[in-house]
Ligand binder design. Structure first.
Ligand code: GLU
Length: 514
């Protein structure tokens, strides 16, 4: 029987979710949906020292914003819960006991100072392996080196201990990863990892493997930084006797810095001015604020499209893929081995594309809050018309305001350079004489205004440019902006005439004072 596809995203709530983490969540999501399987959100919060309040909520909200949703999670529940590891403490206790009983794990009582001394000595001897492992464990204070009754006494006295995995020697493991292929690891390079601590909490390795097993995870898809843990996880499955149901593994390549090597970091984002987090994050400890894609004005579709193509490709040239198309095309065999460079311009390019895909009414609803924030009350259909004129120029949602503000507010000033170059002796009069004609125009639509304007230009024998640019200056304050006649129609007769009069007056004054 085919195994049911069950994958999990298993973040630790130690801070905001980096877009590298989002990519891992996305690939799990796409894989699960493609294969009509299940995706689980499991919160790995066993490391109390690194726990950051608000981080779990942040993770949940980020993924919700992006449309990455789960079938089982702390909030949704499910048949394999609880889904927060801190609520599964008693489960791990019984499993670590199994390993101790089988002789696969042991108690170690070494103090921090003793461990430090061990490392120092091994370093002085220039040992190949300076960590706690088979070559040194017999010299340390643990249940393998100490007599049984002493071990019992130490445990009864409540002396702090950890449980370590008893890593075997001289074994060549041949592991398989769906992205990297075959991986060979000699167990002599590995150490006796801590699985459990006397505070009653498991470490990442134990909790992760036990939960993947109990939650019947079929595929572990995670970041490349976990590849060094693969051998230990493999041996843990074996130690528990679970190798038959061991999941397949796929370690995803990292997102690299825009230039050069290395993992994309928060600092790259700060330096180059792009977010590396999906949502804005305020550090609860010091109030420091990190920018987010949502607040910067990216659309979730753009972030998803961009992240999907960092390390995966549909196998053809297609660059724009909706979530549905990604689900239809995604599979692990097209995930590349090497990391992909993050390209901030490409992110903007995707966003520009997805802004154009929105309807004017959708965009108007995104622009409206900004317009309101500026203290402007305008009906939504006016905002909609404004947006349709300028959306082509917008890469980010706030650009919609940057490029349309002149529609909502009269020019606060007039481009001095243009005034100097284009405003002649007779310009003011030419514009003022045009006003009564506009006033008497019955149908104030772009076509009629244009016809009127053309006949006026012909009559005055001035040429188009001599009036067109000054007219634009009075209406918008600069030489930029959309089609002038369409803009005049949107502004309406009254507003246009007021802007021309006010503009002429201000520009003449501006010129006089120079
Ligand atoms: N809790 C680990 C993390 O924070 C999970 C790694 C894994 O997927 O096994 O990324």
């Amino acid at each position: 029987m085919e195994r049911e596809i069950r994958v999990r995203f298993a973040p630790s709530p130690t801070g905001p979710l980096h877009i590298g983490g989002v990519k891992t969540a996305l690939f799990n999501f796409l894989f699960a949906r493609h294969h009509k399987g299940k995706i689980i959100l499991r919160i790995e919060d066993t490391d109390q020292k690194r726990y950051v309040p608000g981080a779990e909520d942040y993770i949940v909200q980020s993924l919700q914003w992006l449309g990455i949703n789960f079938d089982e999670s702390p909030a949704l529940g499910g048949d394999f819960g609880p889904y927060r590891q801190s609520e599964r403490k008693t489960i791990y206790q019984s499993y670590v006991q199994q390993l101790i009983d089988k002789g696969k794990a042991y108690y170690a009582f070494d103090s921090a100072a003793e461990l430090e001394e061990m490392r120092r000595q091994l370093e002085a001897e220039k040992a190949d392996n300076t960590s706690y492992a088979a070559h040194i464990r017999h010299k340390m204070r643990n249940s393998l080196s100490l007599p049984e009754d002493e071990v019992r006494k130490l445990l009864e006295e409540g002396v702090p201990y950890v449980v370590r995995f008893k890593m075997e020697r001289d074994r060549l493991l041949v592991l398989h990863d769906k992205v990297r292929g075959e991986i060979k690891v000699n167990t002599n390079t590995l150490d006796d990892k801590v699985l459990f601590k006397s505070d009653g909490m498991p470490t990442y390795h134990l909790a992760n493997v036990v939960d993947d097993h109990l939650m019947q995870i079929s595929h572990v898809i995670r970041g490349e930084e976990w590849l060094p843990s693969l051998a230990l996880h493999y041996l843990l499955y074996e130690a528990f006797g679970w190798q038959e149901e061991m999941p397949s593994f796929a370690h995803l390549p990292l997102i690299l810095k825009p230039a050069g090597k290395g993992k994309l970091s928060k600092r790259d984002g700060d330096k180059m001015g792009f977010p590396v987090f999906p949502l804005e994050w305020k550090n609860p400890e010091n109030g420091e604020v990190f920018p987010g894609y949502r607040e910067a004005g990216y659309l979730p579709e753009a972030v998803i499209n961009m992240l999907a193509l960092l390390g995966w490709s549909p196998g053809d040239e297609q660059e724009f893929l909706s979530m549905e198309e990604l689900i239809a095309k995604f599979d692990l065999d097209k995930v590349g081995k090497s990391g992909s460079r993050f390209n901030p311009e490409k992110a903007l390019w995707y966003n520009h594309h997805y802004i154009q895909e929105k309807t004017d009414s959708e965009l108007a609803r995104m622009l409206l809050p900004i317009v309101k924030e500026k203290g402007i009350e305008t009906p939504i259909d006016f905002v909609e018309k404004a947006v349709s004129m300028i959306k082509e120029r917008a890469n980010l949602i706030p650009d919609l305001w940057e490029h349309s503000s002149f529609i909502f507010i009269r020019p606060p000033d007039y481009d001095a350079k243009l005034v100097r170059k284009k405003w002649k002796e007779n310009t003011a009069q030419l514009l003022l004489d045009f006003v009564p004609r506009l006033e008497s125009l019955d149908n104030f639509d772009a076509g009629s205004i244009k016809t009127l304007f053309e006949s006026y230009v012909a009559e005055k024998e001035t040429g188009f440019g001599a009036i067109m640019l000054p007219l634009r200056l009075t209406l918008v304050g600069s030489g930029k902006g959309p089609d002038l006649f369409a803009l005049m129609q949107l502004l309406g007769k009254e507003e246009v005439i007021e802007r021309i009069r006010a503009g002429v007056q201000a520009i003449v004054k501006q010129k006089d004072s120079h």
